[in-house]
Design a protein around this ligand. Structure first.
Ligand code: HEM
Length: 613
């Protein structure tokens, strides 16, 4: 009998895949699951629709599964998507199709599943790893640890204890200015590349916010990858963070700074200063952004666990920032994202409440909601956009500035000479009885400016900076030796650049005088011991390598507000108190506790506050 005239399904390939023989009734019954009492699925061979002619040998089936694995790798490589349905189709579709439509001789369904899925997935994974390590990968020219080249999950695991900033700096010290920190990702530590990469003709934002926000669609401004759309959205922010708007917010900051000082005055014994700075910054930020909604200073504790949520949320967000696709998956299961989901929902609630309430005063929302524009000026922003940007205001505004002020207090306590000099400057402009929250003298206070800059340099509140991605469908970026093929993701790493001796003399030392020396400030005589043996000629001071707020048209839009808040609260604090370190305080705990979860953590700084006469 030939294959053509044999009744369908009445013969099977033999052991060697060539010999035909007739089936016995028992075999037929088993093959077609004719006995209705028998559990159907796992005992039935995979021959449902197929004839004997169409049956594959196990070797053929395995070969096809492997080939499809290779094809899937090419598809994944070419088409980046965060659509879970597409991922599922690519990951499980091909072996399912083989099993559903092609019979495999002598295999039960279970057998086929157990062999073909692993074959397909293992080929896909192996091919991906080999390619990523191969000289054919577009980023093969850049050095980096093998684990980083294989998967971004490697760096995600490294960031768990919070020392990602030090790890990346160590990679730069070892490998050079451009290091491969992910299969498709680079870290760059070269001050001369900051402007070309982040400046006005720079590269669009990267995808890490997709993981942080647990969504590829509901993104705040900071995560919008299309540069035109980003800059359009930023216009509302720019009005809300412009000089006129900040003048309005000044009253809020001043009132809250006075409340901050008054509440500290009521405290007895040891005060964990960072915790109170957190309360201050959160209250200020909510009032500026939404016209109010938080009274942590008044409560004197983390009412509603907002800071616990923020800290946990930033930790989880950092992990997903390294693997945005994972964030999108896990984001579909709120229980799995814990405090990050709760945090995002809380922020959304604040924004929604504010929208319902309408504007009583000109807060940031007034601008974000375009209430400052004449009626009928374009479409009002959709509610989701307001909610996403409201969440951004809270996370971006409170966390960063609070980190910076806490680090500043730590630096003053560990550098008494700096503390004294800053105190003198503040006392000169704000003696007792003067309003220390007035911004009138800020321009005349170079030492205050130098101290704040130096804190932001040594302990940047966003140590990694912001991610960028060369558009996958755009041209290669070529800058001297730097070659960035389409789709390349990169960071201009803030911490490494700030701590690079080619940019700053003694980069790890906290030394505000460097800013005065560099600006030829007459208040610092060249022979001053503060100059630590450096004169202007030998000082290394490259301000192009200073970028705590990032750089270019997509940098921190809240920079001016943040500087204003810091100057006001520092003057108010130092005018009223002499801050002393608590005796048992382990000073090294700050260095150990300064961790990088995208924003830096605020290690505890326990102090005693003496009210000044
Ligand atoms: C010391 C305090 C602060 C530091 C160090 C800081 C740092 C940064 C950095 C590094 C970025 C990323 C920029 C980029 O993608 O290139 C950023 C973005 C941003 N920051 Fe800040 N920030 C601070 C305070 C604030 C404050 C007070 C606000 C006010 C709400 C704010 C609002 C924003 C916003 C809205 C963005 C997104 C900008 C955009 O994508 O166009 N930041 N910030």
């Amino acid at each position: 009998m030939t294959g053509q005239d044999r009744p369908r399904g009445f013969g099977r390939l033999g052991h060697d895949g060539r010999q035909w023989r007739n089936n016995t009734p028992m075999e037929l019954e088993r093959t077609y699951n004719l006995n209705p009492t028998r559990p159907p699925l796992f005992l039935a061979p995979t021959t449902m629709p197929a004839s004997a002619d169409e049956a594959l040998s196990p070797a053929q089936a395995i070969m096809i599964a492997a080939c499809l694995g290779l094809v899937a790798h090419q598809v994944f490589r070419k088409y980046e998507t965060y659509n879970t349905a597409v991922h599922a189709a690519l990951l499980f579709g091909p072996p399912t199709l083989i099993i559903a439509f092609v019979s495999v001789s002598r295999w039960s369904l279970l057998h086929a599943v157990l062999v073909l899925y692993p074959t397909y997935l293992a080929t896909l994974a192996t091919s991906t790893v080999i390619y990523r390590l191969s000289p054919f990968h577009p980023l093969a020219r850049y050095p980096g640890p093998i684990g980083c080249k294989i998967s971004k999950l490697y760096l995600a695991a490294i960031c768990v204890p919070g020392y990602q900033h030090k790890y990346i700096k160590a990679l730069h010290d070892r490998y050079g200015d451009v290091v491969r920190i992910g299969p498709n990702e680079l870290s760059i530590r070269d001050a001369s590349l900051i402007d070309p990469l982040l400046g006005s003709s720079g590269v669009p934002k990267g995808p890490h916010y997709i993981g942080r926000m647990l969504s590829a669609t509901a993104l705040p401004m900071v995560g919008i990858q299309d540069t035109d759309a980003h800059l359009r959205r930023r216009k509302n922010w720019q009005r809300g963070m412009g000089a006129g708007a900040i003048k309005e917010y000044e009253q809020i900051i001043a009132r809250r700074a006075r409340q901050f000082v008054a509440r500290l005055e009521e405290q007895k014994g040891t005060v964990v200063i960072g915790t109170w700075v957190n309360y201050f910054m959160y209250d200020v930020t909510l009032e500026i952004a939404f016209g109010g909604g938080s009274e942590l200073l008044e409560a004197g504790h983390d009412k509603g666990n907002v800071w616990a949520l923020l800290n946990d949320g930033m930790f989880i967000a950092t992990l997903f920032g390294h693997a945005p696709w994972l964030g999108v998956y896990v984001g579909k299961i709120p229980a799995a994202t814990g405090n990050l989901s709760i945090l995002l929902n809380r922020c959304a609630e604040c924004a929604a409440t504010r929208v319902k309430k309408g504007s009583a005063e000109k807060d940031l929302f007034y601008y974000l909601n375009q209430e400052d524009l004449p009626p009928n000026t374009g479409q009002p922003p959709p509610m989701e956009q307001l909610v996403d940007d409201g969440a951004l205001a809270i996370v971006a505004g409170a966390d960063t500035t609070s980190s910076a002020v806490t680090a500043l207090v730590y630096c003053l306590l560990t550098h008494p000479g700096v503390y004294d000099r800053l105190q003198d400057e503040i006392d000169g402009f704000y003696p007792p009885g003067e309003d220390a929250t007035s911004t009138e003298h800020h321009r005349e206070m170079p030492y205050l400016a130098a101290v704040i800059k130096e804190v932001l340099r040594v302990y940047p509140p966003v140590p990694g900076g912001s991610q960028r991605q060369v558009p996958p469908d755009g041209p290669v970026v070529l800058l001297g030796d730097l070659y960035l093929p389409p789709g390349t993701i990169f960071w201009c790493h803030i911490y490494s650049t700030h701590h690079d001796p080619r940019n700053f003399t003694n980069p790890s030392s906290f030394w505000p005088e460097r800013w005065l020396l560099a600006s030829a400030d007459p208040s610092l005589p060249p022979s001053s011991p503060a100059a630590r043996g450096f004169d202007r000629a030998t000082l290394v001071h490259n301000e192009a390598g200073f970028m705590p707020f990032s750089h270019g048209p997509m940098n921190c839009v809240g920079k001016t507000l943040a500087m204003q808040e810091m100057r006001m609260v520092v003057c108010a604090l130092l005018q009223r108190f002499r801050i002393c370190a608590q005796e048992e305080w382990d000073r090294g705990s700050f260095e150990r506790g300064y961790r990088d979860y995208f924003t830096s953590t605020r290690p505890e700084v326990p102090v005693l506050l003496e009210v000044r006469a």
